[in-house]
Design a protein around this ligand. Structure first.
Ligand SMILES: Nc1ncnc2c1ncn2[C@@H]1O[C@H](COP(=O)(O)OP(=O)(O)OP(=O)(O)O)[C@@H](O)[C@H]1O
Ligand SMILES: Nc1ncnc2c1ncn2[C@@H]1O[C@H](COP(=O)(O)OP(=O)(O)OP(=O)(O)O)[C@@H](O)[C@H]1O
Ligand SMILES: [Mg+2]
Ligand SMILES: [Mg+2]
Lengths: 253, 253
């Protein structure tokens, strides 16, 4: 199973929007997809139409503490399946503070699931235990980023984190790529940041870019992915292009 | 000294942009302003032109551990002064994990500083120790939010956190207000979210709104606030209006 960790410690760059719609796009290509909501804010769970705070059954949190089997926590549906997030995840770091090998728990949870071609993990905007678990479990990392100045500042730190993860906890971790999000080609700032990205990190950015498109911000309010909510929108076209590129593109070491 | 904590656990909503430009706007009104960068990503420090990873001197982190006096760590300048952030802040929570009263440390640091009319604290996108310290130290909370669906989902959790902070660690904490950011009046989604906000939380939103304006995203690349970088921009007008409203508006309990 290919496992993509969608990561960026910078907030609001489109991690959740990407996990949701890339997952849906890959499912539309016929792949069997599992989405994993590793964020205590549980926005992916909400965006998929599951009322996260009201979420009564077990989820990712319970599987990480071995309180239930992974397949008991998975929510199935016509599109991607979901291992839901919950507020309880915020307490994971202190619950497992004294537990050796805690960063391996998500890898073990996913190893206990079969029948999927790809898993996509949505991470919180920090480099805490949940993100470390995702990097330990993943075969590759995908980093959405906005084409703005502060995003470049974060990128250097993010790439350091990936290198550290590779050397310490997961030698097989590859860089799937950097995805420009909320892109506005009319802005000079966007074009400059994109050019600087290609100059410093050649070949790392996906050819596909996700343009700013309000339909992507509206869809979560209806609990739908972009292909269901607005199939003719630019957001749907962009995420379809990303899904095709991600499915075909081999992760680079 | 009035102390505003700029908070929202949702990422990328404009906390740093608001702390920077509201601080600059208040300084332009003649107030003596101290900015506090309580985010390990240190984006406020970077946006103010201090090369954060290269930051050699002591900063907020050292003052919180009593390793230096607060006034030794403050960077002075023509506009707001700055208590800089640094990557070391990421380790604060585990450094102080066994320390009683750790949430009071920022309050004590700020109590050790005189000569300011107002302090503005930039918080990270989570509700961990640094945010708790800010809520303990603050006289009021200011919550920037985008007029989008997932932002409303976060708001309920944020207001719960403020209520909990008031009852447990800071009975004097008032709600300065909710600030709509990256606002686009042409979008129906923006108008709907804004209307729902006024309906559920009457009087809590500032009249001033910060519209989407690329100058606000460009300014950090030059280490400048919006009034210096683009004094005739909409971003400058919006933050000037916010500064006037915030200076005049009494915090509501
Ligand atoms: N391409 C886009 N066009 C328009 N709106 C977008 C786009 N991508 C994301 N958004 C909206 O921007 C906001 C932030 O996106 P999202 O929540 O996916 O980011 P995130 O990185 O997961 O945030 P966090 O760091 O808080 O987890 C959301 O309201 C989302 O609906
Ligand atoms: N009104 C605006 N118009 C245009 N760009 C903006 C505006 N407000 C913020 N930005 C840009 O959006 C991005 C996110 O803003 P910012 O970093 O201030 O949010 P934040 O809440 O501090 O993020 P984090 O949760 O990561 O700390 C930045 O690149 C910033 O320059
Ligand atoms: Mg998210
Ligand atoms: Mg910030």
């Amino acid at each position: 199973m290919r496992i993509l960790a969608v990561i960026n410690q910078k907030g609001g760059v489109g991690k959740t929007t990407t996990a949701h719609n890339l997952g849906a796009g890959l499912a539309r290509q016929g792949l069997r997809v599992l989405l994993v909501d590793a964020d205590p804010q549980a926005h992916l769970t909400t965006a998929m139409g599951h009322n996260a705070p009201a979420q009564k059954g077990p989820g990712l949190y319970e599987t990480l503490l071995d309180e239930c089997a992974p397949d008991e926590a998975v929510l199935v549906g016509p599109g991607p399946h979901l291992l839901p997030g919950s507020l309880a995840l915020a307490g994971l770091e202190s619950r497992l503070a004294a537990t050796p090998g805690r960063e391996e728990r998500l890898r073990r949870t996913l190893a206990g699931l079969s029948g999927y071609d790809v898993a996509v993990i949505d991470c919180p905007p920090n480099l805490g235990l949940l993100t470390v678990c995702a990097l330990c479990a993943a075969t590759e990392a995908l980093a959405p980023m906005q084409a703005e100045f502060l995003a470049l500042a974060s990128l250097a730190a993010l790439l350091d984190t990936l290198r550290a993860a590779r050397s310490r906890i997961n030698p097989d971790l590859a860089m799937a790529g950097i995805l420009l999000t909320r892109f506005d080609a009319r802005r000079r700032l966007g074009r400059e940041v994109s050019a600087r990205l290609d100059e410093h990190f050649p070949g790392l950015a996906y050819a596909a870019r996700i343009h700013e498109n309000v339909a992507l911000a509206e869809a979560p309010g209806f609990g739908q992915d972009i292909f269901t909510y607005a199939p003719n929108s630019r957001g749907a076209a962009d995420y379809a292009a990303l899904a095709a590129e991600a499915a075909a593109r081999p992760p680079r070491p």
